[in-house]
Design a protein around this ligand. Structure first.
Ligand code: ADP
Length: 246
């Protein structure tokens, strides 16, 4: 599997506090990875580094086949380069229908002005329908997004990110606040999404991580503490100590 993103020796200091400490991480094309770790481990800061929101004091962040450095690129450029991020709270346009939200997302890379002047063409309508099917909202295309359940809004936002064809998708606690059925659907959605692009899932819920059945990276005090299958990392004594707060 060829490497898509390589983070090496990265550190971030906030007011003298080392939130990320010599962290190294890499992910391959179309790989699914779970990133876990206790509160304050550095998971959010790690995603902020990858998406360009936070710039490290040292280290390298290398992207894609051409091995370009992301360090000099701003958030918008990094998003255009193919890195999408899903925050915990869904941010869909509540007054717009599911279809309109997906159509807007399909146009977003050309800028919001283009979105305003935009009239849907047949190809985009078809793409929106395919996306709706992929996220399980085919029957909801004409519904206002504000009427959707919490889980459905999360899937719609994932669909809006997929519309922009990222090569790497970062998702923060995608199953938080969901019913068991919604969690199951979210698992299927992420497994499917990771067939054609890399997906990093930051998650607290171990049962959810188990269902993803993928390699797990454990962060602690801004570094990688362990990496491997969920069974491998959860049998590591250091990981057990960290989770039990010893
Ligand atoms: P996680 O997402 O794993 O809970 P974070 O990345 O949010 O961890 O935080 C890592 C550490 O960095 C924490 O100790 C947090 O308090 C600290 N931190 C994060 N952002 C800032 C900031 N802007 N200023 C100061 N400290 C911060």
């Amino acid at each position: 599997m060829s490497v898509l993103l390589e983070v090496s020796g990265v550190s971030v200091t906030f007011d003298g506090f080392r939130a990320i400490n010599n962290l190294s991480f890499h992910i391959g094309e179309a790989e699914l990875r779970a990133v876990i770790g206790p509160n304050g481990a550095g998971k959010t800061t790690f995603m902020d580094i990858v998406t360009g929101k936070t710039k490290p004091d040292e280290g390298r962040v290398i992207w894609g086949k051409k091995s370009v450095s992301l360090l000099k690129m701003n958030e918008a450029k990094i998003a255009q380069a193919g890195i999408g991020r899903k925050f915990q709270k869904p941010t869909v346009f509540e007054d717009q229908t599911v279809q309109e939200n997906l159509l807007m997302a399909l146009k977003k890379p050309r800028g919001w002005l283009a979105v305003l002047a935009y009239r849907a063409n047949v190809a985009d309508l078809e793409k929106a329908a395919n996306l709706a099917e992929e996220i399980g909202l085919k029957e909801e295309l004409a519904r206002k997004s504000g009427e959707l359940s919490h889980g459905q809004k999360q899937w719609l936002e994932i669909g809006m990110l997929l519309a922009q064809e990222p090569r790497l998708l970062l998702v923060d606690e995608p199953a938080a606040g969901m019913t068991p059925q919604e969690r199951e659907h979210t698992t299927d959605l992420l497994l499917h999404a990771a067939k054609t692009r890399a997906v990093v899932v930051v998650e607290h819920d171990m049962e959810f991580v188990r269902r993803l059945n993928c390699k797990v990276t454990v962060l602690h005090e801004g570094s990688v503490l362990a990496e491997g299958s969920l069974d491998h990392v959860t049998s590591n004594q250091e990981v057990i100590d960290v989770y039990l707060g010893r």
